[in-house]
Design a protein around this ligand. Structure first.
Ligand SMILES: [Zn+2]
Length: 408
């Protein structure tokens, strides 16, 4: 458990004014994060708990779907990036090394994964397969802004799938949409998450889909067909001809701002061809056509989007499965410490995580403690004081409910 009497990462009295969104101010005020430079943040203990909780939900759903987790390198050799001609991309970092060698710190891992799967995909029995990892990524952004939303360094889940043919790929691609929607559902974003047709950009030559969360500060504009509900990114809307629905050709639309939390791409043979992946089919014949897809979720970015989405007046009302702790125990009066610790241990025995606010002294009255609980968005608040003990126990306040006295 975290005991706040010995926890250096205290909150700030007021939210620092940053030019970015208000949720970034709250994340700074709550000492969830600190900025090292534009686009790069340290995750402090409270913030890292949130990040890990989000990461674990993403991981659980990847594993449930049968994708295999691995861990590829951040540092990659220039030669690997030359295979599919992606060394010269200004948004991707290069680092000089000894002699004439140069490395890249990875912005994405198509090259790594295709290179390694080239060794392990030998037979038609090895297909289809999907691997993923969750790791720091780096982009040489010209302008890094918006707190966790657009970083030069960020945590990302990237998955890669390999298939015999386009039919198998298409089936799989559709199933990933369900896996993703389930993740955003579990994170409490389901009602405002939209799948939008998008432009593949530098990763893919083909079209792709984005998962967009409706958000006032969102940097993307989504066009939603009023007739069939299909969505597309404004990059795909023809400037001269205007909107025409990709699904039903209706020209009737509404627009809203949204923030991207995930994307999926069809890569075709863009990487599998130059890396020369081949396998033996049922007739022992060599086949050198393998379809590939990639699937990203920006985990640290997702934390930024969730902070904005769940932001309230004085804090971030994280969903229970993401909050830094399940319970926040406010103890008032030194003489009640022992009772509070007992309760905290009991809760931990049932698998709950606890922050015990055992700070004493004039500075740490009920207001300060309740404020920190709200800033950190802990869903269950317990108060133990002389008054509650006189009433027979402790007071519990579950988010969205009324205070209640529980007997000890
Ligand atoms: Zn339509």
């Amino acid at each position: 458990m975290i005991k706040l009497s010995n926890f250096p990462f205290s909150t700030l009295k007021t939210a620092p004014k940053v030019s970015e969104n208000r949720s970034t101010s709250l994340l700074l005020q709550g000492s969830y994060i600190r900025q090292v430079m534009a686009g790069a943040y340290e995750f402090l203990p409270i913030g890292y708990r949130v990040l890990k909780n989000i990461e674990n939900i993403v991981r659980e759903e990847m594993d449930r779907a049968g994708y295999h987790e691995m861990l590829m390198t951040i540092l990659t050799p220039r030669e690997l990036w030359e295979v599919a001609d992606r060394w010269e991309i200004p948004e991707y970092f290069k680092v000089p090394a000894w002699g004439n060698s140069e490395y890249r710190i990875s912005p994405t891992n198509e090259e790594n994964v295709t290179n390694i799967m080239n060794e392990f995909i030998q037979s038609y029995k090895d297909l289809p397969t999907c691997v993923y990892h969750i790791q720091k990524k780096f982009r040489n952004e010209k302008r890094a802004k918006s707190g966790l939303l657009r970083g030069r360094e960020f945590l990302m889940k990237d998955a890669y799938s390999f298939h015999r043919d386009i039919e198998d790929f298409d089936r799989f691609y559709e199933s990933v949409k369900d896996v993703y929607l389930r993740i955003f559902d579990r994170l409490g974003l389901g009602a405002d998450t939209y799948i939008a047709d998008a432009d593949g950009g530098a990763i893919s030559d083909k079209n792709s889909h984005e998962f967009q969360v409706k958000l006032e500060i969102g940097e993307d504009t989504i066009y939603k067909c009023k007739k069939c509900g299909a969505c597309q990114n404004d990059e795909l809307v023809d400037e001269e001809k205007g909107f025409e629905c990709i699904e039903c050709t209706s020209k009737d639309f509404e627009t809203f701002a949204a923030s991207e939390v995930g994307n999926i791409f069809h890569l075709g043979t863009k990487y599998t061809k130059p890396f020369g992946i081949s396998y033996l089919d049922e007739n022992n014949k060599m086949v050198n056509h393998v379809e590939m897809g990639c699937y990203g979720i920006g985990v640290s970015r997702l934390m930024g989007v969730m902070a904005e989405y769940f932001m309230r007046d004085k804090g971030i009302a994280w969903p229970e499965n993401v909050a830094p702790a399940d319970y926040y125990i406010i103890v008032l009066g030194e003489e009640n410490l022992e009772k509070a610790e007992e309760l905290a241990l009991d809760l931990e025995k049932t698998g709950k995580s606890v922050i015990l606010d055992d700070r004493m002294g004039k500075k740490f009255g009920f207001g300060q403690k309740a404020g920190d609980c709200e800033l950190w968005g802990i869903p269950n608040r317990i108060v133990i004081s002389k008054k509650t003990l006189e009433q027979g126990g402790y007071e519990i306040l579950r988010r969205g409910e009324k205070e209640l006295i529980v007997k000890i």
